[in-house]
Write a protein that binds this ligand. Structure first.
Ligand code: CP
Length: 320
């Protein structure tokens, strides 16, 4: 990466303090994040995986829900940019003593941090924080609303593997109704010109989804026959108890991605999954680990994408 070119590159095109969702970003802003991520990709391939881009900056992760990938990926991305990092989780913070989200955030701000990354079960929590505090705020997943960095990672990986996004046929299978990953994928992919279909039992497809410009299917065979990419979503087991579909077994039979169901897909289809996977429910293990799968490439690309969003929201190289 050409370190000296980044600040100028950034100041020309990037004006936002926060990254809260792909709904509010323009196509050009999304492309700009992807281009910035591309320039950070090679940092993780160096013998010494570190650049000084965010030296002196402080990044806080504030997670009110469990996470393996997102939290670790943000933390490693920050460290590779030489930022100082600290983690707060709800179970070990003063939230358990009744402190409000606003008070927690104001106290973090008082310690002079540059970026707060938040995951919260309440849709809109990152937006509330962004209004209240001056550091950059990155949404790491808010309820069923958005998970913008996962959407960016998925789009970055599709572009890496297929060479384009415009005109790409992307099928998203699973719990569309409760999925923040689905929403961020749909906003981002539609803005960049991909053709998006969603597949799920009718109870897991929200009524307004067609207004987002997607095609709705209830049969996997129909949906994947000309798919370039199949992005499989986790089935949250608690949904079965809530009666959204009769049983996990029936879900797997009708909507699970198996070697058999993939016989209807093109030979070069990509299988994606944001993780964590329920093997044998939405995706069979041999498909997750098989030749079509790019699931671990998504995780690797997560570092470059998160380095890019940290760089852009930290104000590195510019006065805000
Ligand atoms: N994809 C994703 O958000 O994974 P985690 O819940 O492990 O962060």
């Amino acid at each position: 990466m050409k370190q000296q070119s980044l600040p100028e590159h950034k100041s020309v095109e990037w004006k936002r303090k926060d990254i809260l969702g792909l709904e509010e970003l323009t196509a050009r802003e999304i492309e700009f994040i992807l281009e910035t991520a591309e320039s950070f990709r090679e940092v993780s391939l160096r013998p010494i995986r570190k650049v000084p881009a965010l030296r002196g900056k402080t990044i806080i992760t504030l997670f009110f829900e469990p996470s393996t990938r997102t939290r670790m990926s943000f933390e490693l991305a920050a460290k590779r940019l030489s930022a100082d990092t600290a983690n707060i989780s709800s179970s070990t913070s003063s939230v358990v003593k009744g402190e409000t989200l606003k008070d927690t955030a104001r106290n973090i701000e008082a310690m002079k941090v540059d970026v707060i990354i938040i995951r919260h079960s309440m849709a809109g929590a990152p937006h509330l924080l962004a209004r209240e505090v001056s550091p950059g705020v990155i949404n790491a997943g808010d309820g069923a609303h958005e998970h913008p960095t996962q959407g960016l990672i998925d789009i970055f990986t599709m572009k890496e593997k297929k060479g384009k996004i415009k005109g790409l046929k992307v099928v998203i299978i699973g719990d569309i109704a409760h999925s923040r990953v689905a929403r961020s994928n749909i906003w981002g992919l539609r803005k960049l010109g991909a053709l998006v279909s969603v597949v799920a039992p009718p109870t897991l497809i929200p009524a307004e989804i067609e207004r987002m410009g997607v095609r709705v299917c209830h049969s996997i065979k129909e949906a994947i026959s000309d798919a370039d990419v199949i992005n499989v979503l986790r089935i949250q087991r608690e949904r079965q108890k809530a009666g959204f579909f009769p049983s996990i077994r029936e879900y797997h039979q009708l909507f699970g991605i198996t070697r058999k169901s993939l016989e209807s897909a093109p030979f070069d289809v990509l299988i994606m999954h944001p993780g964590p996977i329920n093997r044998g429910v939405e995706l069979d293990g041999d498909v997750a680990d098989g030749p079509y799968s790019v699931i671990l490439d998504q995780v690797t690309n997560g570092l470059a994408v998160r380095m890019a969003v940290l760089y852009l929201t930290s104000g590195a190289g510019e006065k805000r």
